[in-house]
Design a binder for this molecule. Sequence first.
Ligand code: ATP
Length: 457
Amino acid sequence: MAENTPSRVDMEKIVSLCRRRGIIFPSSEIYGGLSSCWDYGPLGVEIKRNVKEAWWRAMVQERDDVIGVDASILMHPRVWEASGHLEGFSDPLVECKGCHQRWRSDELEGDRCPSCGGELTEPRQFNMMFKTFMGPVEDDASVVYLRPETAQGMFVNFENVLNTTRKRLPFGIAQIGKAFRNEITTGNFIFRSREFELMEMEYFVKPGTDEEWFEYWLEERQNWYINLGIKKEHLRLREHEKEELSHYSRRTVDINYLYPMGWAELEGVANRGDFDLSQHASFSGKEITYFDEGTSEHIVPYVVEPAVGVDRIVLAFLCEAYDEEPDKDDIRVVLRFHPDLAPVKVAVLPLSRREPLVEMAKDIYAGLRKCWSVAYDDAQSVGRRYRRQDETGTPLCVTVDFQSLEDNQVTIRERDSMNQIRVPVSELQNALAAKLAGEDLFVLPPGGQVWLEAEKG
Ligand code: ATP
């Protein structure tokens, strides 16, 4: 929910940069676009992949207690009965166009939002799930739904995962995948769309330890953003009131980010208790429990869930990284992405298109792209090429000049400081790796030299 706060970054500038540089396009644009659906372009797809990889690394790869699954989008329709999604959204609903709270229109007095006084949408018999049909016959028996969350894929696989991995509590199951919600109100670019990608982790714990783990995950998730470059003061927690808790939740805290339109939910951490596992046990008739060897009892674990949309993270990182600074008579636009998130890590720029310079530059390019996503750009002046790379957040440029042919050295130029160092080609890969890993100091390889932007005339 957006609160009014002075805007830090202009959303228009972000949207226009994304359009101009091939980060995000409106879906089906040649047909006029499709409301609230977006396509990621050549650079956008890299940013999105980097976000997912950073999340997976932190949530699964670097941990002993979390494993992943990739469940199908279409699930047995009974799943959505058990989860409460079929019933939960079948009321006539109106939604506030301002704060996005939904209200049952049959319970409302007056025609404004009871919470903020905002304008309301027309009432609709509303289920947020997209419905479709499985198989050749379009009848009630073949109705299936596009999942509105990935979580259920993990709950229904709880026993499968437990039996095949022999994990002991506490442990988590993580998943990244598409989710679909027929949102009543959309907007704010990729913030709220009808098709989006979710990253969810269900952390199963012994009842009684859930509050402790809740605090743990809330802290972990905030640190993840901060480590990737979000300023602490741009994050804020919002505890859900009892009345607004989802049907499955015992406690929910939103991690809000200061987006251009104000504070709004980036991620939610929820204590889902034993709701989902118990419901699936009861609807499927299968026992879904965990045998606690300590007490020799079968228990139903509680679940703590950090859940976040990839697209909301991409938007947050874009806003956080966007910067403009005076540059002689012009303005330098820079996306100050953390290197892990930058769509291109290194750009190789030959000073001219003449041989044998090009051959040397292409050799370097061919070597580096085995390690990272690397661009090769030889169009226009080097100054303009630097600006182009700055605008899409490339942390490092490697310039190959005529001197390089003589001394076998090249220049590395940093996006943020614009400082440059000159290193032997044989040391280039190590120097780039050190810089991308966040090495602040200019640790020069033998034969290298440095000059600082600030000291230039
Ligand atoms: P909101 O109230 O902002 O629509 P929500 O509370 O319904 O979000 P959850 O059900 O908690 O969202 O979903 C978990 C996460 O999924 C959210 O924190 C958000 O990052 C993301 N998300 C939810 N709905 C959308 C959407 N329509 N488009 C993009 N991301 C979404």
